[in-house]
Design a binder for this molecule. Structure first.
Ligand SMILES: C[S@@+](CC[C@H](N)C(=O)[O-])C[C@H]1O[C@@H](n2cnc3c(N)ncnc32)[C@H](O)[C@@H]1O
Length: 339
């Protein structure tokens, strides 16, 4: 950052090779050192570019990208509105604005997203954690009740260990948040994507929880049904299995926002021709692997609830089946106890 003078930036056309789109963006001329701009102006221009490209929450996006380019927090930025950007900062910021204007999600540009009050690294290998997935956390913790506490409240004695699985862990947001909330839990974080597991491992290390989380590359829970094929002894039986599986129908791709459709991993989004295919297999496997009284919590697509209700009814052995709505009133989390 520099601290004096201010000058005009010029409009120019910035092309984005990734999206093969060309976006009109405010950006400084090549002679940036001669045309330094201050924070106020950078923000204003960034917001205008994002608004013109119909980026949702364009104000917040411009702020986050400028904070990222400067390595500063919001308070610092707004208390130094006259400070001038270094040329490298200016270039970085306008490049980020151009990529965001072309549809790349802010979180992939800054490399982070908050979930359950914890910060997670995100890359293009993982789905960006969504606020509605926090319902899975809420339902799981509410169902565990006193079992979620590390000690017995009446005796003060330590509780027996909990065994937890997160199927389709992606960034690890559910597995890591559960390990954080449940200090007496051992967690299996499972994903079919090795690239996703690498990100999840880094996130577990970042939160000092890697020791209690086992990362397993697998198709759903298949290796646990054939423990001889795993490198670890049979982990049966689980106390809690959670999953936010891919649940978008293949033919609904064109209804997704461009941010999702072109930038988030396909294997994290699409569940098959109808989108609900994965639930039947997952529920059947969970039925085998959960202990009696064990809990299953699944995130649902906007139209998955009736399908999942039917599976839980048809497959014997489930009780206390509930559906929890998200803030938009859509049934978002299904839960059931194993009889
Ligand atoms: C919707 S994302 C959820 C990621 C993360 N749990 C979250 O809530 O943000 C689904 C994840 O499931 C993984 N996945 C897809 N099919 C799978 C399968 N058959 N077995 C295991 N994981 C799978 C994807 O790679 C992806 O990381």
């Amino acid at each position: 950052m520099r601290d004096s003078g201010s000058n005009g930036a010029h409009l120019r056309e910035v092309s984005n090779a990734n999206s093969q789109q060309s976006v009109s963006a405010f950006a400084p001329s090549s002679n940036v050192s001669e045309q330094a701009i201050d924070i106020r102006r950078a923000l204003k221009e960034g917001m205008a570019t994002l608004r013109a490209s119909r980026v949702p929450s364009h104000t917040l996006a411009a702020e986050l990208l400028l904070m990222h380019a400067l390595g500063r927090d919001r308070t610092w930025m707004y208390t130094h509105a006259e400070a001038l950007l270094e040329s490298a900062e200016t270039e970085k910021y306008y490049a980020l604005i151009a990529r965001r204007a072309a549809g790349e999600p802010t979180q992939y540009l800054t490399g982070k997203q908050e979930f359950w009050g914890l910060e997670f690294e995100v890359t293009h290998a993982v789905l960006i954690p969504r606020p509605e997935t926090e319902h899975v956390m809420e339902v799981a913790l509410a169902r565990l009740g006193p079992r979620g506490l590390k000690i017995h409240m009446d005796t003060g004695l330590p509780r027996e260990k909990l065994l937890v699985a997160d199927v389709g862990t992606g960034s690890g947001c559910l597995a890591i948040s559960l390990a954080y909330e449940l200090p007496h839990a051992d967690v299996f974080a499972i994903d079919i994507s090795e690239a996703a597991l690498e990100v999840a491992r880094r996130n577990a290390t970042r939160h000092a929880l890697a020791e209690r989380i086992n990362f397993v590359q697998a198709d759903l829970l298949a290796p646990f049904l054939r423990p001889s094929l795993t490198t670890s002894p049979s982990p049966l039986p689980f106390d809690l299995i959670v999953s936010n599986p891919p649940y978008v129908a293949s033919n609904e791709a064109d209804q997704l926002q461009r941010e999702v459709r072109y930038h988030e991993p396909r294997e994290a989004l699409f569940g098959g021709p109808t989108g609900v295919e994965i639930y039947a297999r997952l529920i059947e496997q969970a039925g085998t692997l959960l202990r009696s009284g064990g809990i299953l919590v699944l995130e649902l697509g906007y139209n998955s609830a009736e399908h999942v209700r039917a599976i839980l009814t048809e497959q014997n052995g489930w009780t206390n089946v509930t559906f929890t709505n998200d803030l938009a009133g859509i049934p978002r989390a299904a839960a059931a106890d194993r009889i």
